[in-house]
Ligand binder design. Structure first.
Ligand SMILES: *Cc1c(COP(=O)(O)O)cnc(C)c1O
Length: 376
């Protein structure tokens, strides 16, 4: 019996192409015949979480796995409130900030509405809008950065949310205070402005506009932060949104309760409280990695882009998927960027020096190959 399932599916779902995640490391290692794999594809923090978070993880008592966690991350929100000097009710925690992206879109978009963001940025804003049936207006980057004027021109009466990834993944560009203020003044509360600050903790520059402070003067601003990047808890999936209480109260209505697990909540709270040495150590690792990689890319005559954040992009002379496969055979996993509208670029996470040296050895080899005949 054949069911006409497709007829049950709305057109925007039929048109949507599912994202295909990469295979687990052991599968990949078998496929590429390597006994180790450097993960440089997801901007993970290779230092691992701060010690206090590591202690929480090591001390987890297994019977607690049978118990539901706090449905609204009560204790973690207390910690966040304390850290940022805000009412804990102004924080909404999700299963990674990806989940709160979905909650914000559900809260504000109605049939016929649209969101505005960049064309080459974190793709989840666009994906969630589209599989939810809303138009995503994608404004081309300018000099690798978000184009504020272009975004403002794209806004109309049906624009509900402007997503600004600051600093931007994958280019590392960011708007400074003046530029952000001007943008927010022109938006003038007509739409929600999401500042995705997933890489905020990597920025050490006083010109960087702190979304946590901006939201006090611009009540339409909400800020996304995550424990996946600087805090090295990507595997536990904890991210959050902060905004004015009234705004967050609306977002909470669309948000699944109990979505953050019982181990992630205390680990995130501990990581937040124990970041005084972790943040400078991570920044130093990233800075050192850049000192190694950027001159090497220059020497190879390859165009590269980087800024804030623990990643760089480099343009490859042949197809990025070919470079990916050849690096995999050498035990190095990077991110191909063609799917992110940077054809034949790769993105590389910045980690400890020995791993960066391994990457460079493999990369030089692969680039030399591509320049001889392009085939392995
Ligand atoms: C990694 C990343 C996130 C974090 O997503 P989680 O769901 O919290 O792991 C959010 N925004 C950007 C731009 C990112 O690069």
């Amino acid at each position: 019996m054949s069911l006409p399932i497709a007829e049950l599916v709305p057109p925007h779902i039929r048109a949507f192409e599912a994202y295909v995640p990469s295979k687990p490391d052991p599968e990949l290692m078998r496929a590429y015949k390597v006994d180790h794999l450097h993960r440089l594809n997801n901007n993970e923090n290779a230092l691992g979480p701060p010690p206090a978070a590591a202690r929480i993880l090591a001390g987890f008592e297994t019977p607690r796995a049978s118990i539901y966690p706090s449905g609204d991350c009560y204790t973690l929100r207390q910690a966040l409130g304390e850290r940022f000097g805000k009412d804990p009710e102004r924080f909404l925690v999700g299963n990674g900030s990806c989940e709160v992206i979905a909650s914000v879109i559900k809260a504000f978009c109605d049939k016929g509405d649209n969101i505005v963001t960049a064309d080459k940025t974190f793709a989840v804003y666009e994906w969630v809008a589209e599989f939810s049936g809303f138009q995503a207006r994608l404004i081309p980057l300018k000099d690798y950065g978000y184009d504020d004027m272009g975004m403002l021109r794209a806004m109309d009466g049906r624009t509900k949310i402007l997503f600004v990834c600051n600093p931007n993944n994958p280019t590392g560009t960011w708007w400074d205070r003046d530029r952000m203020e001007r943008f927010l003044r022109v938006v003038d509360g007509r739409a929600i402005v999401v500042l995705d600050e997933a890489y905020r903790e990597y920025v050490d520059d006083e010109r960087f506009p702190d979304g946590m402070e901006l939201m006090e003067r611009h009540p339409n601003v909400v800020v996304f932060r995550t424990f996946s990047k600087m805090y090295a808890l990507a595997g536990l999936r904890v991210g959050y949104v902060c905004g004015q209480k009234e705004v967050v109260d609306y977002i909470r209505r669309t948000h699944i309760v109990y979505s953050v697990n019982i181990l992630g909540q205390p680990a995130a709270a501990a990581a937040l409280m124990d970041d005084a040495e972790h943040i400078p150590a991570t920044r130093a690792m990233v800075a050192r990695a850049k000192e190694l990689l950027l001159p090497a890319f220059d020497e190879l005559g390859l165009e590269h882009v980087s800024g804030a954040g623990n990643f760089v992009m480099v343009r490859t002379p042949v197809s990025d998927s070919l470079i990916y496969r050849q690096l995999m055979r050498r035990g190095v996993m990077v991110r191909t960027m063609t799917g992110f509208r940077f054809p034949n670029w790769i993105r590389v996470s910045l980690v400890q020096e020995p791993v960066m040296r391994d990457f460079l050895t493999a990369f030089r080899d692969v680039i030399a190959l591509s320049r001889s005949d392009g085939q392995p």
